[in-house]
Design a binder for this molecule. Structure first.
Ligand code: UT7
Length: 331
């Protein structure tokens, strides 16, 4: 029997028009372009400014671009998964709204939340449905409106994050292209170092929580940084050793875009030169669930059928992991 693998067959993206530059941030908090650039690699990020528009707005745009580029009939989609840490509403699946708006009327849909690892975990989920033969067209979207949960007086977080969305389609493949291996991890002890305290079931939102700034993301940057560097590098390396791959076998590293120094450390560990490392952090900052699909969309033109790509991510929870995937088409 022919083995069925799950391949990415199309990508799409959307970022809002508004550009928040380091220079503008200088007028908001005590920071400067030189510090942000040298410590993170970020020059600017996109912000969804329009009132009344949430994560789904960007997710829909990314999915629509994918559908239009690939000429796929949305009614053929079986499942829509939206990886996001910033759903439109605390209750009511963002994915359900997205699926309906894009015309995926035969799909079921749900959200998947694993902070910055949402899309990576979603790749595993989407691929498993396809490999099992249960579904044939799974649309995976990573989308976050981080500006909705950022305190723009907190320089430890506001300089890093941005808004955006990316979408990919997983379909069955019989040429052994697509997802090859994965190593996904989590450690709940990390929760203390990167979180939003209020607005959940432990501490519902009150006037007091709002007054005390407990409804925004807080992080102990240095601690998160250390865990991210060692864990992302470990799992990326594991993908190579476990699959008997040398650095020459790898065409691309697609690392979560949180900090250029974390990206460099991961690339160094697997021995890859910078021309093999996908990077767009300078343009978008950390878009949480959207970093990996935005990379694929930005690099799609350079990807070739059969290219070996190592994905790696690290995020709140803590959650992290790596995926080894063979690219399935020439753009
Ligand atoms: O997506 C997954 C989750 N997030 C991450 O992976 C983020 C991981 N962490 C980081 O990327 C980095 O820790 C940050 C970019 C957040 C901070 O960089 P850092 O090199 O760890 O800086 P630091 O917090 O150790 O601060 C160094 C200095 C301090 O001053 P002193 O004590 O040395 O005088 C800070 O007060 O830089 C100061 N500082 C700033 N200065 C200008 C901290 N933030 C800023 C800022 N602008 N925005």
């Amino acid at each position: 029997m022919t083995k069925i693998t799950a391949a990415i067959t199309a990508v799409g993206k959307y970022v809002p028009d508004y550009i928040l530059t380091n220079k503008e941030l200088e007028t908001m908090v005590d920071t400067n372009d030189e510090w942000i650039t040298s410590r993170t690699g970020i020059k600017e990020r996109r912000i969804l400014k329009e009132e009344g528009k949430g994560t789904s707005y960007m997710a829909i745009k990314a999915a629509e671009e994918l559908l239009q580029k690939s000429n796929i009939d949305p009614t053929a989609i079986d499942l829509v998964i939206v990886g996001t840490a910033t759903p439109d509403l605390p209750v009511a699946s963002t994915a359900a709204h997205v699926a309906t708006q894009i015309g995926a009327t035969n799909a079921f849909s749900y959200d998947l939340q694993a902070a910055c690892s949402s899309f990576l975990y979603g790749m595993s989920t989407a691929a498993s449905y396809v490999e099992s033969g249960r579904y044939k067209k799974v649309l995976l979207i990573g989308a976050d409106k981080m500006s909705s949960i950022i305190d723009y007086t907190d320089r430890a977080t506001c300089i890093i994050f941005g808004d955006g969305a990316g979408a990919v389609l997983f379909e069955p493949n019989t040429e052994n292209l697509g997802l090859q291996d994965e190593y996904l991890r989590s450690d709940g002890n990390g929760r203390e170092f990167l979180k939003i305290d209020a607005g959940g079931s432990i501490m519902p939102t009150t006037e007091e929580t709002l007054k005390n700034g407990l409804n925004s993301v807080r992080q102990e940057g240095k601690t998160v940084f250390k865990f991210a560097v060692s864990n992302m590098a470990d799992v990326a390396e594991k993908m190579l050793t476990r699959n008997n791959l040398s650095k020459e076998d790898i065409q691309w590293l697609a690392p979560h875009q949180a900090n250029n120094r974390i990206i460099d450390a991961t690339a160094r560990r697997v021995g890859l030169e910078s021309d093999k490392v996908m990077v767009n952090i300078h343009k978008y900052g950390n878009t949480t669930s959207a970093t990996l699909p935005l990379l694929l969309a930005d690099y799609e033109d350079q990807l070739k059928k059969g290219d070996n790509i190592i994905f790696a991510a690290f995020g709140g929870g803590f959650t992290w992991g790596a995926i080894y995937l063979k690219w399935a088409y020439n753009a």
